[in-house]
Design a protein around this ligand. Structure first.
Ligand code: JFZ
Length: 455
């Protein structure tokens, strides 16, 4: 049976709306959604590396004596160095001319991937094109790309090869809505909205063809789109057009919820929280928090607001205990090297995960009340159930509604006294486990993990 007939039959049997059927007649019909199993790797991965890298990295958060945030300028009040062009009012021609000297001679994709791997990260997401419209790959669609720089090599191609070599999943951030250098692309919110017809032209001539290019050339595991809570050109129709394009060109590429933040619909594969936003409740659909190590995403030499490795590990375990991932950003320097403070933190986090990763990777949330600063995950290993309890600050006694048989410190195997009592209520039986935690455990300041056998 040929593909067209096959597609048609699928459509008819699903009884989809007429409009959808017409589309299916033209092309083999593919569902707009991926089977949920395709996102299983993502659900289990927990920790990923985000990379914001582009022409803005060359300015390092400052321009002509001004540094972000600069409150004397009307829209200068932001740390986000990748927004430097509109916020510090860099003339567009001057900004675009940065491409003439973009030459990241220290870029070593394998070194990046090794650093991610050592940090315990299981996927990498690089900005293939941010709001400035500059493409980090060899794009046939636009000349505003890395091939028109002194570097003249396809940065994305190098990263993809390195990811494949090290078995690292990879995906790309693509700014499908904002594009400040292509006529019709969405502009910063303080500027007049562009005419929707012009946006359509941008959409058809740049956004869709570039996304297709990324899919066909690099076969990504996920695509990361970016919109937020304001009026946009990303209507349901355009959202679905983009999803359909992705499904037609890949049977594995996951799509994030920011493809249309206020109305992601049912066909996306995972939800994307706000920047640095850590939910307090379990969420069942796969999700992640994109997060910064400092305030800025793009490299900012004067953003000294570094979070500690410990703080970031707390965000990671918070998210793990709520069923979500942590996508932690690095802003590489323009020369391609990674900032030392970022590398040091990555290595610290990686060291902690090396010893405690069992409690994180592939672990599930456990819907149980916990004291403040305590997080829990759950796992079945060889038919036995375990709860992992993360203690992010010193605590002496710990009570849980759990039938705990035995508890040890995950890293060292040190036994932890636990007493479980059975309580009989009208509503049924409940167990209450009380752990007595030796004060000495907290001589070590990192998060302590208890492994608790439940049956
Ligand atoms: C967007 C980008 O603008 C930013 O540069 C970075 O790439 C980040 C990951 O995503 O940031 C946002 C996110 C949310 C809002 C504005 C910008 N918002 O809610 O107003």
């Amino acid at each position: 049976m040929n593909k067209v007939i096959c597609g048609l039959m699928l459509c008819l049997s699903l009884g989809v709306a007429t409009a959808q059927k017409d589309k299916c007649l033209a092309k083999p019909c593919k569902s707009l959604s991926l089977p949920a199993e395709k996102a299983e790797w993502f659900r289990e991965a927990k920790f990923g590396m985000f990379l914001h890298w582009g022409l803005y990295s060359m300015l390092e958060g400052s321009y002509k004596g001004r540094t972000l945030p600069d409150t004397t300028l009307r829209y200068g009040k932001s740390w986000y160095a990748e927004w430097i062009q509109p916020r510090l009012e860099v003339p567009m021609d001057e900004y675009k001319a940065l491409a003439k000297s973009f030459n990241p001679i220290k870029y070593n994709a394998e070194a990046w991937v090794r650093e991610a791997k050592n940090a315990g990260m299981r996927y990498i997401v690089l900005t293939s094109k941010h709001h400035d419209g500059f493409a980090l790959w060899d794009s046939a669609v636009s000349d505003f790309d890395v091939m028109n720089t002194p570097y003249k090599k396809d940065v994305i191609d190098e990263l993809v090869k390195a990811c494949k070599k090290y078995g690292m999943k990879y995906g790309f951030y693509y700014s499908h809505w904002q594009d400040w250098t292509f006529e019709g692309g969405a502009r910063p919110h303080w500027e007049p909205k562009v005419d929707d017809k012009l946006f359509e032209k941008y959409w058809q001539e740049k956004a869709l063809p570039q996304v297709k290019e990324l899919l066909v050339k690099y076969d990504p595991d996920l695509l990361w789109f970016d919109t937020w809570n304001e009026e946009t050109h990303i209507t349901e129709k355009r959202r679905d057009e983009l999803i359909a394009l992705i499904r037609a060109n890949s049977d594995k590429c996951l799509i994030n919820g920011r493809i249309c933040f206020t109305n992601p619909g049912e066909n996306i594969d995972f939800l994307e929280m706000f920047d640095n936003d850590y939910p307090k409740e379990i969420i069942n659909k796969p999700w992640q928090t994109p997060a910064t190590m400092q305030h800025s995403w793009g490299y900012h030499a004067k953003d000294y607001n570094w979070k500690s490795a410990d703080e970031m590990l707390r965000y990671l375990v918070n998210n793990t205990s709520k069923g979500g991932n942590y996508l932690l950003n690095i802003g590489p320097k323009a020369d391609g090297s990674l900032p030392l403070p970022a590398v040091r933190r990555l290595r610290e986090m990686g060291a902690w995960l090396m010893a405690n990763g069992e409690a994180v990777y592939g672990a599930k949330p456990l819907d149980i009340e916990t004291p403040e600063g305590v997080y829990v995950t759950y796992k079945v290993i060889d038919g036995k159930s375990y709860a992992y309890i993360f203690l992010t600050k010193p605590i002496e006694f710990l009570g849980f509604h759990l039938n705990a048989r035995k508890a040890v410190v995950l890293e060292t195997g040190q036994p932890i006294p636990v007493e479980t009592v059975k309580l009989i209520f009208e509503r049924g039986e409940e167990y209450e486990a009380v752990f007595t935690i030796p004060a000495d455990l907290f001589r070590d300041s990192s998060i302590q993990v208890l492994k608790v056998q439940l049956n």
